[in-house]
Design a protein around this ligand. Structure first.
Ligand code: NI
Length: 229
């Protein structure tokens, strides 16, 4: 399941991120790719251990962990420090079809996670570049995603995905992974649907409607049943 998270960053925050990023040093994106994905990856990224990447990454994590839709959809246990990449038309940049590495380690913090979910946070407006769609394949087919700057998309890290060649302008984004408390994608998706339904019922019927309270109990008990913490 693909889930869009609108307005993780405001337009003003995106502009500030871009000012800082545009002034930073970039490196070949293959430095963080696995063996198969290095073959198909052509882009640039901020060095993952650079101060710029770390500071901006921390701001993204703190915005996301205050975002109710993100928390409901991801039920995150651990979030990998965000990375930043760009695809320029002038460089012929793209990222061919691949699956993300199952386990990611961060040498700076020693954090090691199983990558259940991938996230892309768009940092360039769609009208500023052509191509650069994130294409994610799941059991329902192939989905193209290109969102306004500041919006993010969550998708299964286990999916085959790619970034199509950028043919005009530059696509700038942050991307990273997380380990969810709910390992099973199907279970996670049902919990998200249940949560969304409960939010809707609460709006219509209020917080103390007895059936809504019961469903809220079921929501928590399912998490209790499935969560690894
Ligand atoms: Ni990937």
């Amino acid at each position: 399941m693909l889930i869009c998270i609108p307005e993780v960053l405001s337009k003003a925050e995106v502009a500030e991120f871009r000012r800082i990023m545009d002034a930073a040093d970039w490196e070949d994106g293959r430095s963080t790719a696995g063996a198969q994905s290095a073959m198909v990856k052509r882009n640039e990224q901020l060095p993952p251990d650079s101060e710029v990447a770390r500071k901006l990454g921390q701001r993204i994590i703190s915005a996301l962990t205050k975002n109710p839709r993100f928390l409901a959809a991801a039920i995150p246990l651990q979030i990998f420090p965000p990375l930043f990449n760009r695809y320029a038309a002038s460089g012929g940049h793209h990222f061919g079809i691949h699956v993300d590495n199952a386990v990611r380690g961060d040498p700076l913090t020693g954090l090691r996670i199983r990558t259940d979910l991938s996230i892309t946070l768009f940092l360039a407006e769609p009208e500023d570049y052509d191509g650069g769609e994130l294409v994610v394949e799941d059991t329902y087919g192939s989905h193209e995603v290109k969102l306004p700057a500041g919006d993010a998309v969550l998708y299964p890290a286990s999916s085959l995905h790619m970034v199509t060649p950028v043919t005009r302008g530059t696509r700038v984004a942050s991307f990273f992974w997380m380990q969810s408390m709910i390992r099973d994608a199907h279970a996670r998706s049902m919990i998200f649907d249940l949560d969304t339904a409960i939010q809707g019922l609460t709006e219509r019927l209020g917080r103390d409607d007895p059936e809504t309270v019961k469903l809220t109990g079921i929501y928590h008990n399912l998490i209790r049943y499935w969560a690894e913490v």
